[in-house]
Design a protein around this ligand. Structure first.
Ligand code: NAP
Length: 337
């Protein structure tokens, strides 16, 4: 699939390097190499994934491959290591038991620093695509985009994208880039999570912006491997439609769900995660699987009746609670002065 405005090309399935369970480097490298060998030659990653380790594992998995055999898409704009700057996206407990916060930070100096760090971890001189991971309401988009344009001029990045941006934020980002096209936006999309259909997909189609659909298997809910809350109606569609269709086509339910995403108008590619080589091989079957119009429509209609109900990520409660605590702390500080 290609994005006309930029010339950026990618297979319709992108390998997502965010590991969902604990895996050592050797196991992750094996899964990554299996993906590349089987045609999933674009890899999506981020500094946030395992706090830098996912990018290091990609470097390990690709070090003996020829230049340009693999395309790396990474992201910047979420910091867990930069003090108190930026709104908290979510909190977590570190390996040593201390509470840490991941914050939105798309300030120009932070973006430039992150790109250098990713280049080093990935052992690359240029990143194929750099995406702003999450919008940062406290940094003008123009400043962030200007930093990315400078990095592009310096040859450190080839293309510029965004992730989790709303349609309005996408328009602002595109405007801030001026002559340089916004290559892509990365947003959640699957048979059971269809919010982007209303506005974002039509906008990106009209403006020739690539759409990279993340969590296309609903984080494993569609394949029965996740702890997500599957409702009874959804389970029935999986059992009575998805699984028989998979058997009919001689592929896995995962491949059918991926093909559905990839065939939706405006979608450039699906970014799928996998924890085993067997899962990767099943996903690779979706690279050239084309579902008939009637099959697509049936899946669309039947899954529309059973949207996925699972907790938002990051949990909204945590975000609100943290904001409240930060507000109280700031007020106390002001009173002390
Ligand atoms: N931009 C963002 O904010 C953002 C957010 C989320 C994800 N992403 C990107 O999208 C990628 C994928 O997202 P995701 O992991 O949330 O969702 P996903 O691709 O919808 O689900 C991946 C999970 O589905 C299961 N699975 C995959 N293939 C399977 C198969 N053939 N048979 C059975 N089960 C299978 C595995 O679960 P088990 O591991 O449990 O077996 C796997 O971990 C990430 O790696 C990341 O690159 C981006």
């Amino acid at each position: 699939m290609s994005n006309g405005a930029t010339g950026l090309k990618t297979p319709r399935i992108i390998f997502g390097s965010m590991a969902r369970g604990a895996q050592d480097d050797a196991a992750r490298v094996e899964v990554l190499q299996c993906a590349i060998t089987n045609g999933l030659t674009t890899i999506d990653t981020a500094p946030l994934y395992d706090f830098g380790q996912a990018e290091r594992q990609i470097a390990l998995a690709t070090k003996s491959l020829p230049h340009h055999a693999v395309q790396i898409f990474t992201k910047v704009g979420l910091r867990w290591d930069a003090g108190d700057h930026g709104d908290i996206l979510f909190e977590f407990t570190d390996k040593d038991g201390s509470r840490r916060a991941v914050r939105r930070n798309s300030r120009p100096e932070s973006i430039c620093w992150e790109v250098e760090q990713s280049l080093e971890r990935l052992q690359l001189e240029t990143l194929d695509l750099v995406q702003i991971h999450q919008p940062d309401e406290h940094t003008p988009v123009k400043e962030t985009m200007s930093a990315l344009l400078d990095l592009r001029s310096a040859g450190k990045i080839r293309h510029i994208g965004v992730s989790n941006f709303s349609p309005a934020q996408i328009k602002t980002a595109q405007q801030a880039l001026g002559e340089v096209p916004l290559a892509s936006t990365q947003n959640e999309y699957s048979l059971v999570r269809r919010q982007i259909e209303a506005e974002l997909l039509p906008l990106c189609r009209a403006r020739n912006i690539g759409v990279l659909a993340y969590s296309p298997l609903a984080a494993g809910a569609l394949t029965g491997s996740s702890k997500a809350q599957i409702t009874q109606p959804m389970q029935e569609v999986i059992d009575n439609r998805l699984q028989p269709l998979a058997a009919e086509h001689g592929v896995s339910p995962a491949a059918i769900a991926l093909a559905w995403v990839c065939q939706q108008p405006g979608v450039t590619a699906a970014i799928a995660g996998a924890s085993t080589t067997a899962q990767v091989l099943q996903q690779a079957n979706a690279l050239d699987l084309t579902l008939a119009e009637q099959t697509l429509n049936r899946l669309t209609t039947e899954f529309a009746r059973s949207p996925l109900e699972y907790p938002e990520f990051p949990p909204k409660g945590i975000y609100r609670k943290t904001r409240r605590l930060v507000g109280i702390a700031l007020r106390k500080l002001r009173l002390r002065k």
